[in-house]
Design a protein around this ligand. Sequence first.
Ligand code: KIV
Ligand code: NA
Length: 253
Amino acid sequence: MRERAEPIACLTAYEYSQARLADAAGVDVVLVGDSLGMVVQGHETTVPVTVEDIVYHTQAVARGLSRAWLIADMPFMSYVTLEHALETAACLMQDGGAQMVKLEGDAQQQEIVASFAAHGIPVCAHLGLRPQLVHKLGGYRVQGREDRQAEQMLADALTLQQAGADMLLLECVPSALASRIQKEVHIPVIGIGAGSGCDGQILVMHDVLGITASPPKFTQDFLKGRGSIQEALSAYVAAVKSREFPAAAQSFS
Ligand code: KIV
Ligand code: NA
């Protein structure tokens, strides 16, 4: 899809019925995100989410998909060592049914990414805002606004690609930096709050349906003015495919 410049429509899902509707709407990639800790479990952060939680939800989502590619998130502290990371990925793929795993990481995770590549585990690297680090960052903020940070993010993206990452996810990154990273790498770049220059977009299901308590700036309620969840998800996919989403209002400069 990247090669033929077709925007990749991605969305999170956490259970069977959501997955079925997302699949029917033409969503290309479904992510069982550790955002489930917040939107499903009601925690304040993604930190408490466990591998067991992700496996449980991935199993339910997998039953609802017939077309979309299925990614599962590696939770906080589930990839501390190489062996630990492989064990977690095995759970997500063999027990959960995921086709790819995603981990929040910079160049420090390059050995894990390389080891996944060596063992045939498709992997997406998540750069920019890494919500698992919220207590280190002191809040959820746009990342890469300063030159040094921006150069580091680009270098990390190239390092992770070189290590064997199959996909990159950029969260809360200025549009110009995300576009620059997209041009420098050859793997698909999926953005959330990263502007329209990415190869694809991802949003959290609950944000798309307008049921999040205080939704972030980069999201849009696609159920507003529409009669059903199915229509809302189809509208989201159409807006990604036509590049109407994200507009400047849902991006950072
Ligand atoms: O956990 C999640 O839902 C994510 C997306 C926001 C990219 O990581
Ligand atoms: Na996540």
